[in-house]
Design a protein around this ligand. Structure first.
Ligand code: XIL
Length: 413
């Protein structure tokens, strides 16, 4: 018998796929939403896997005066550069052509872009013998036209394994396919990528595997050494790209994040001991407003441990989930979100090891946090105000908080 979750998920996928295609988001990106709620959602009421996207009406045709007022020298990227940081955002590639005002906002504010989903397996590999590079090619064209850097994300993620691959016979040589994938994708953009998230989210201590490794498809089908193999292959495929290990759940002063930090550091130290090439560590930075935990010593010590290993630190997917804020008033929520950005950035940016800051999206018109309870319980009738610009592309208090944190940074560029 189908569970309540399966019934809700099945019905909603169709509706949501239609809604997403109307705003130019490929349903294949939607398909990457995990089937199961994560740890944090488990306690709450029955969950819908995907909520319909909020309807903000048509996107602005041109940028509002408030956005134009923070372009140029007043932009985030200009303020970031003064303190030795490169700042940018994740984008849905199709929106760069379908929404010219958004594209202009992104160019005004960002020095670096990363595609939200278009370089993941599910997007690139419609079938075993096929690659579809249409969207990432468009992103690289856009970036070179506007002189922007690009990050690559990601070559091994447990959550973006195509269905044909999961269903493939046991006889398929997944190890060979994995190596060939990395060679092909990195080879195509060789020399044009600032950094690559080669492996994403490899650690999940509760899976009980050696070293806290996640019992993922890649772990099971490539082998327990899949992380080493990925990075060795990556270095050969594009020697100029900074090879990054990216993970979440390391930001807070609580026991769960502490365990994750310990396991990740153990993985990194092991890689260095085995002479596996690695240049940087990504801290996803999906943080929460109104969290019972604080951000402080745990994060600072983690960044320092990475710095001491000679690696750079990148804040790769910063946003603020504001679902748990009690008041509904927008001004109050915006104030708390801005403060949450500041509290996090003041700790993270204190280290000279931090070189990149990317938000996961730029405007609340599109944030993955509205997609469904992949990260936490969602309030279906309260679209998240998580990013730096509101749905009309006006800078939010979070924008100014982030810019102030850049300005207050003691590290100079
Ligand atoms: C998310 C995208 O934002 C969604 O559009 C997609 O459907 C699922 O993936 N951590 C990551 C990112 O490393 O790849 C995830 O991106 C968000 C969580």
């Amino acid at each position: 018998m189908a569970t309540r979750r399966e019934i809700l998920t099945g019905g909603l996928k169709i509706g949501a796929a239609v809604a997403l295609s109307q705003i130019g988001i490929a349903p294949d990106l939607l398909a990457q939403a995990p089937a199961q709620p994560d740890e944090m959602t488990r306690n709450s009421a029955p969950q819908r896997a995907v909520f319909p996207q909020p309807d903000f009406g048509p996107a602005p045709k041109t940028l509002p005066k408030e956005a134009l007022a923070v372009a140029g020298k007043a932009s985030l990227k200009a303020h970031a550069a003064r303190t030795g940081l490169i700042s940018g955002a994740a984008v849905i590639v199709r929106s760069l052509s379908s929404d010219p005002a958004l594209a202009e906002l992104i160019v005004d504010q960002s020095a670096i872009l990363v595609p939200e989903g278009e370089l993941k397996w599910r997007a690139l590999r419609p079938a075993q013998d096929k690659f579809d590079f249409t969207q990432p090619d468009a992103l690289f064209d856009f970036a070179s036209k506007h002189h922007l850097l690009v990050r690559g994300h990601t070559l091994a993620w447990h959550n973006s394994v195509p269905d044909w691959l999961t269903a493939a016979p046991k006889s398929l040589d997944v190890r060979k396919l994995f190596v060939e994938h990395i060679r092909t994708v990195m080879g195509r953009y060789r020399g044009r990528v600032q950094s690559w998230d080669v492996v994403n989210e490899a650690i999940l201590p509760k899976d009980g595997m050696p070293g806290g490794l996640r019992k993922s498809f890649w772990y099971e089908r490539v082998g327990a050494d899949y992380v080493d193999l990925a990075y060795r292959t990556a270095r050969e495929a594009d020697p100029k790209a900074k090879l990054t290990y990216n993970d979440y759940g390391v930001e807070y002063d609580n026991a769960e994040d502490e365990e994750r930090r310990r396991a990740i550091l153990e993985l990194l130290r092991g890689m260095q001991a085995r002479k596996v090439p690695l240049d940087a560590v990504g801290i996803q930075s999906h943080i929460k407003a109104a969290s019972p935990s604080t951000i402080g010593k745990g994060l600072a010590d983690y960044i320092e441990a990475i710095r001491a290993m000679g690696l750079e630190v990148y804040l790769t997917e910063l946003d603020v989930n504001e679902d748990d804020i009690v008041p509904n008033a927008v001004a109050e929520r915006d104030r708390i979100v801005a403060q949450t950005y500041k509290d996090f950035l003041d700790v993270a940016l204190a280290s000279p090891a931090v070189k990149l800051v990317l938000t996961w999206g730029i405007s609340d018109r599109r944030t993955w946090l509205n997609d469904g309870p992949t990260h936490h319980r969602k309030q279906p009738n309260r679209p998240q105000r998580s990013l730096l610009f509101d749905p009309e592309y006006r800078p939010a208090p979070a924008f100014f908080a982030m810019r102030d944190s850049f300005d207050a940074r003691k590290v100079k560029g």
